[in-house]
Design a protein around this ligand. Structure first.
Ligand code: BJW
Ligand code: ZN
Length: 250
């Protein structure tokens, strides 16, 4: 059961503003069937991050790392955006400026129609050459066990950000600018423990933005939040949009 008064409170904070940022994590895709990372059913329960999601792991055993990512590509190929992605795409149409900053690599926000999208941790469907640095979009494609670059023959890697790696500079700068100037930030489905991404919430708050969190449980970002909406993103976000519509007409 959603808390109507908190929904109203959140909607009133969004009502009338022109610049909104949404900051999302794996929880947004959970209802599409994408496993989150932490928690009982999380990816890191079956795989140690150091063994599959670091540059050292890739250097040591590229086959194992590619197996991990190819399995996730196979899973994702059959999955669709859920009402949380759809609502974020709809919200984009309702604000003069709306930036969607995501930590997710699954491409589901784009599939739902979101446009002003900043993918902080890369994209599972893009590969990058470890030799010449070229990137390729490989949406829905089946890759070999150890894919190689057609231009230079070097190993390809998933174009995602592993632990210990820097975030893509331009994307990071745009995200930092967006959170520094937004009037509110909607923090959805992230445990907010992975830095530097998680630090964006605090940057937004320090610059005076209202912080609204949507999550099934309290997180590291909850203390910074003005309103915490507890529930599944696929239910809370549509309800929040509805509350916003009602305020608009009231
Ligand atoms: C729902 C829901 C529903 C469920 N509705 N909600 C010690 C202190 C501080 C920092 C560090 C430290 N030691 C090391 C670091 C640095 C490290 C870091 O932050 N580690 C922490 C974990 C301790 N960070 C890095 O290494 C970063 N790089 C870096 O620091 O570089 C420095 C550098 C600078 C210059 C040059 C060189 C280097 C890079 C981080 C990259 C993270 N990559 C991953 C993997 C991507 C590829 C892949 O997928 O395989 O990104 S890790 C993983 O975590 C993934 C995610 O994007 C990221 C965040 O996770 P997220 O999205 O929050 O998921 P969960 O599972 O944690 O949470 C899900 C949430 O949803 C939960 O809250 C649920 O309750 C909720 N939920 N269902 C709503 N239906
Ligand atoms: Zn190459």
């Amino acid at each position: 059961m959603l808390n109507e008064s908190l929904l109203e409170q959140a909607a009133s904070k969004l009502h009338g503003i022109t610049d909104l940022v949404a900051f999302t994590g794996a929880g947004v895709s959970a209802e599409s069937g994408v496993p989150t990372f932490r928690g009982a059913e999380g990816v890191w329960k079956n795989f140690r991050a150091e063994e599959v999601a670091t540059p050292e792991a890739f250097a040591r055993d590229p086959k194992l790392v590619w197996e991990f990512y190819n399995d996730r590509r196979d899973l994702l190929a059959d999955l669709q955006p859920n009402p949380a992605h759809d609502t974020l795409a709809e919200l984009q149409r309702r604000f003069e400026r709306f930036t969607l900053v995501t930590q997710n690599i699954d491409g589901l926000h784009a599939l739902a129609g979101s446009r002003n999208l900043l993918e902080l941790h890369g994209n599972l469907w893009r590969v990058r050459c470890t030799g010449c640095g070229q990137t390729w979009e490989t949406v829905g494609e089946k890759l070999p066990a150890i894919p190689e670059c057609e231009s230079c023959g070097a190993l390809l890697r998933p174009d995602v950000v592993w632990f210990g790696e820097a975030l893509p500079e331009q994307v990071w700068n745009e995200a930092f600018t967006a959170v520094s100037q937004c009037e509110a930030i909607l923090v959805v489905g992230t445990s907010a423990v992975v830095y530097p991404a998680a630090g964006l919430v605090e940057v937004a708050r320090r610059h005076g933005a209202q912080v609204i969190e949507v999550n099934i449980e309290p997180t590291a970002a909850s203390e910074s939040a003005d309103v915490c909406l507890h529930g599944r993103a696929g239910e809370v976000l549509p309800a929040l949009l509805e509350a916003l519509r009602t305020q608009g007409s009231g």
